[in-house]
Design a protein around this ligand. Structure first.
Ligand code: IP8
Length: 250
């Protein structure tokens, strides 16, 4: 059983304070991973929270708006490396064989914005018993300098590459919410939830929940969106929050 787990940046950082780890939340997530029956067959991806997003906003960089400002690139990537080190250290302290993988060193976007992410390194690390820990980052972008690469995009690239059986997206909300605020149990098609998600033409995977759902529906493995309290249940094989049925789901 191989799992790709995204820890939302706002789950593990204090969103209101630049570059501040939410130590209690990180430690709870780390304990869940360390005690998980999935063992070491897991790839962790984390988002930017008050690290990457703070600097990206300051320098006007997004998934589509790039920069050639070298100081900006170093500030954004550097902040994400600091958060990644905090996550890897916490996992290692809990006995998880976590190692850092920095997407900026490997990924590219072409002039059309299409992402290319080499994954052999992650596959091999996993096969060799490591737990690769990737993060939202910057990416070299033809014609645009460097743009933001979101953790959600990484999840969508990594899940098929490592032949994931399940994908978990741990966010601050307890699932994908209906327009009356109820957690939707299962999503089979985008059309069925488009109205509730408030947009139907989202193409940018960082474009809120609609973009996230669209991207996760394209996977063959089922993806679950759930809140931090449900992380142990997800890792135990349960189906908390919203299940986004992948192509192979029944
Ligand atoms: O929080 C964003 O990753 P995300 C990474 O997964 C940066 O969208 C650099 C802002």
């Amino acid at each position: 059983m191989t799992v790709v787990l995204k820890l939302g940046g706002s789950v593990i950082t204090d969103k209101d304070e630049p570059e501040t780890v939410d130590r209690a939340a990180l430690s709870a997530a780390v304990s869940a991973v360390a005690e998980s029956p999935v063992g070491d067959d897991i790839v962790v991806v984390h988002g930017g929270g008050s690290f990457g997003h703070h600097h990206a906003a300051e320098h006007g960089v997004s998934t589509t708006a790039g920069t050639h400002d070298v100081d900006g690139v170093r500030a954004i990537h550097g902040a994400m490396c600091r958060l990644n080190a905090a996550v890897v250290d916490a996992l290692a302290d809990a006995g998880v064989p976590a190692v850092p993988v920095h997407p900026f060193s490997a990924a590219t976007r072409d002039a059309d914005g299409d992402l290319s992410l080499p994954t052999r390194q992650v596959e091999t690390l996993l096969d060799e018993g490591f737990v690769p820990v990737l993060h939202g980052d910057l990416v070299a972008h033809a014609g645009a300098g460097a743009t933001v690469l979101s953790g959600d995009e990484l999840v969508v690239e990594l899940a098929p590459a490592v032949d994931a059986d399940r994908v978990g997206v741990c966010s601050t909300v307890s699932g994908v919410l209906d327009d009356d605020g109820t957690v939707i149990d299962r999503i089979e098609t985008f059309e069925a939830v488009a109205a509730a998600l408030g947009e139907s033409e989202a193409t940018d995977v960082s474009g809120g929940m609609a973009g996230k759902v669209r991207a996760l529906l394209s996977l063959s493995a089922p993806a679950l969106v759930f809140g931090p309290d449900a992380l142990p249940a997800f890792l135990a094989g349960e189906s908390p929050g919203t299940t986004i049925a992948g192509g192979d789901a029944d």
